[in-house]
Design a protein around this ligand. Sequence first.
Ligand SMILES: Cc1cc2nc3c(=O)[nH]c(=O)nc-3n(C[C@H](O)[C@H](O)[C@H](O)COP(=O)(O)OP(=O)(O)OC[C@H]3O[C@@H](n4cnc5c(N)ncnc54)[C@H](O)[C@@H]3O)c2cc1C
Length: 407
Amino acid sequence: MTEPWYDLSSVTPVARGARIAIVGAGIAGAAIADAMSRRGVDAVVFDPDGPAAGASGNPGGLVMPRLDLGDGAPATFFRDAYLFALEILARLDPAGAFFNRCGVTLKATDDEERARQVRLLAAGALPDAHMVSRNEGLHFPTGGVVDPRRYVSALLGDAEVRRERVIAIEQADDLLLRTKNSTDRFDGIVLANGREAIRLLPARGLPLTGVAGQIDHFPRVEPPVGAIAAGPYLASAPGGGILVGGTYDRIEAFATPVATTASTAENIAAAASLGVVVPADAESRPRAAVRCQTPDRLPVVGPLPDWGSYGGAYDDLRFGKRGPYPEATYLSGAFILAGLGSRGLVTAPFCAEILAAQMVGDAPPASPAVLAALHPARFFIRDYKRARPGKAIDQSQRLRPETNATD
Ligand SMILES: Cc1cc2nc3c(=O)[nH]c(=O)nc-3n(C[C@H](O)[C@H](O)[C@H](O)COP(=O)(O)OP(=O)(O)OC[C@H]3O[C@@H](n4cnc5c(N)ncnc54)[C@H](O)[C@@H]3O)c2cc1C
């Protein structure tokens, strides 16, 4: 049963034929534009830098599953997200123009990972057609390398993209979206602008942080057959040569990421560990970007809570009271899809499908446990449950790659 603080019954549906705004034209924003247009809702997408300018603008990225043991919400979410991404890519790119279905091998680098992979296979963590055992590790024959910019463009379809930065969202009778030069009304707004979402009032307080990363494209290095991952990954680049990435580097809040020769050296070492020698003086085209991540490494997907009312309604959680508690209330028409971490090229379409269903009042394609695991209020509720009166609430986050990271 859904806990009251994750209950969605008070979400006012966005009517078919309505007009919504999406903040951010990366894979998150593009995927929600696609999912909403399939439901008869047009979107205006705002991004000062145009489509695929942030993390979604890398020269290539892996589409491979993250597999967790067990049948908990994260395991179910990541498995279903992978299978859904393959469906979307089959629809958008049946001929393989921007998704190279070359297969991806997840190398087992130590005994612990080897044992984990044996258990994943035994448990049938993915249907047989999607996962086989190989000497060096698990092989995903349906995975591959995508050109993120073309992927974003295909998802955006004919959605209107305005090259403007959203500077404020205000709730009057309906939702007002302000840019430097304009103020416009919308029937719904989706924040899909990564870590920048917390600059806008409805998402302030969410623990979204940035982790910088660099990918290097070596255009003159012979590519391997298929892609290989073991933390870092190595794959043939959509435009020729190889891609190696990505590094994990600390970055100040909202700072602009910068490519460095030290990170290129790190990627060259990673390529060697994956079996490809890249000469130290090889021509490189590095690109640095920022992943937006959450403390539990799951995305944030859902309606944005009415934070003021949450505080009052659930204060007794801090005293361990069992309830009864009222059902959750939300800011009318305000939604979020962010925190895609290292997996956004795989998880964004499924997150968008869930969110679009929530927005129009359809049944989402995920269990209540998965919806709760992605719910924007989960950190707030966990902190309330953990807190004791007088004890400070700690939202500290650590910089570390996700388990079984692809980059
Ligand atoms: C080095 C590296 C390698 C990676 N490799 C992989 C991989 O192999 N496979 C994989 O699945 N994932 C990979 N990822 C992760 C993936 O790139 C991200 O999860 C994904 O791109 C995030 O998409 P997004 O749309 O949430 O954010 P972004 O692509 O960053 O888009 C956010 C957009 O919001 C815009 N914006 C910000 N503020 C505003 C505002 N106020 N108004 C309007 N627009 C605004 C920005 O300009 C930006 O374009 C990698 C990431 C990095 C950094």
